[in-house]
Ligand binder design. Structure first.
Ligand SMILES: Nc1ncnc2c1ncn2[C@@H]1O[C@H](COP(=O)(O)OP(=O)(O)OP(=O)(O)O)[C@@H](O)[C@H]1O
Ligand SMILES: [Mg+2]
Length: 420
């Protein structure tokens, strides 16, 4: 459905109207409770309003992006996909009748939308590269892009979560749910997610890549701690989306393995990676500690920037193989997954020794609420405000502004990013 100038005005009005609503964040508990008494009509009625609200909130931000970026062909394409999907969902708002035919049609439509948007991350990244290749990008623009991408990709994670829950529960796709015992899942949530098993899965897959590159890999040592030691579980479990946790761990393992192998390159023995699991009353933490030589403090601010990487650019001739590193999307996207349900991902590093990465997750599923971007006046101001002037001596060289050359790459993002 191509938007013509004639219906564009109408579309802009609808966008304004829907962006006035704030998205309704759901907790993991709400997702579970809903899934247990799954009622397709209820889900349909909720989604036909919530999906356009979430889309409109982020689309208003796309419109605030720097003009130059909006003109890049890839960004334009992404914008069009969003407009088309927004219009498609709105068709259901107009329908009064909830018939089995409509429900089926809705399910098919959101699957179509999910497919249409499957390349959004890489296409948007390509748009940023196009901008950097054709223009000088100042600090303010760089800052806006980083701010936008965090919110844009977070919005996308949330929209996919809603679509996945609906299609897995009602679209007859249960057989495609991940995991060995599919029936225990509620949509894509595992109410008894075994942390050790997800950790081992992520470790083995990262190790496979590491072995391919370095012909060896560090071992893994897992430790578990619980606040209530009187009643220790054999393996700590949590209510979570295993695919999100897997994504974060896989990225962290790849980073640690690369660091260890590079730092101890000449040695026959590599120090193992330690993974400590701890379960408290509030948080479940996974601390991944490596002895890969650490990261200089001056680079800490760069770690979560999109496209910041110290790895060599993956070769195009190896497009069919998954590289161990090189796109600079691993950490920022993993942190979004952690923050999505009000957790976090932090890095603490000691240069000359190694790095700790901690994933925090909410221990209670009713506290694990979705964290969603909302469009409002503060958001608009952010894009218009100038880059803050330093108010400490020597700030330009010590905080935030140290410029790392972000290479402009015409690259293919890894499958893990594409699957987001
Ligand atoms: N455990 C670690 N030890 C040392 N350096 C690290 C570690 N984790 C991350 N880094 C540094 O942070 C950079 C960014 O990491 P990030 O995972 O975001 O991107 P990448 O690994 O370069 O590429 P990819 O997108 O493929 O993950 C890395 O290139 C590396 O320089
Ligand atoms: Mg990485």
């Amino acid at each position: 459905m191509k938007l013509t100038p004639k219906n564009y005005k109408n579309y802009a009005k609808l966008l304004d109207a829907y962006s006035q609503f704030s998205p309704s964040p759901l907790s993991i508990k709400k997702f579970i409770d809903f899934g247990l008494n799954a009622c397709e009509t209820k889900s349909y009625i909720f989604l036909r309003k919530e999906l356009p609200v979430r889309l409109a909130n982020i689309m208003k931000e796309i419109a605030l992006l720097p003009e130059n970026l909006l003109r890049m062909p890839s960004v334009h394409a992404v914008h069009e996909w969003y407009m088309t999907s927004f219009k498609e969902i709105l068709e259901f708002e107009k329908m009064d009748e909830v018939s089995p035919r409509n429900l089926r049609h809705f399910c098919d439509s959101i699957v179509k939308i999910r497919n249409r948007h499957s390349d959004v991350v890489e296409t948007m990244a390509q748009g940023v590269i196009e901008l950097k290749e054709s223009h000088d990008v100042d600090q303010q623009t760089e800052h806006s892009i980083q701010y936008f991408l965090d919110r844009f990709y977070m919005s996308r994670i949330s929209i996919r979560m809603l679509i996945n829950q609906h299609t897995l529960l009602f679209g007859g796709q249960l057989e495609r749910a991940p995991g060995p015992t599919q029936s225990k899942y509620i949509g894509c949530i595992d109410p008894h997610c075994n942390l050790v098993s997800v950790i081992k899965d992520a470790y083995e897959n990262a190790r496979f890549l590491c072995d391919q590159y370095y012909l060896d890999s560090p071992e893994l040592v897992i430790e578990q701690h619980e606040i209530n030691e009187l009643k220790p579980e054999s393996d700590i479990r949590i209510v979570y989306v295993p695919s999100h946790l897997y994504h974060m761990l896989f990225e962290l393992f790849k980073n640690s393995m690369r660091a260890v192998m590079e730092y101890h390159g000449q040695e026959q023995q590599y120090p193992p990676i330690h993974l400590t699991i701890s379960k408290g009353n509030e948080d479940v933490c996974l601390k991944l500690s490596d002895r890969g030589g650490g990261i200089p403090r001056s680079l800490h601010d760069q770690l979560f920037k999109y496209m910041y990487s110290t790895a060599p650019q993956p070769s195009k001739s190896d497009a069919h193989t998954v590289p161990l590193a090189g796109y600079g999307y691993g950490l920022p996207i993993s942190r979004l997954y952690a923050r999505y349900f009000h957790g976090d991902l932090v890095i603490m590093s000691c240069e000359g020794y190694g790095t700790d990465a901690v994933i925090y997750m909410k221990a209670l599923s009713n506290e694990a609420n979705e964290l969603l971007p909302i469009f409002n006046k503060t958001t608009s101001k952010f894009y218009r405000a100038g880059y803050p002037i330093g108010d400490w001596t020597n700030q330009a060289t010590t905080l935030n502004t140290r410029q790392i050359s972000i290479q402009c790459r015409k690259h293919q993002l890894p499958q893990s990013v594409q699957a987001l």
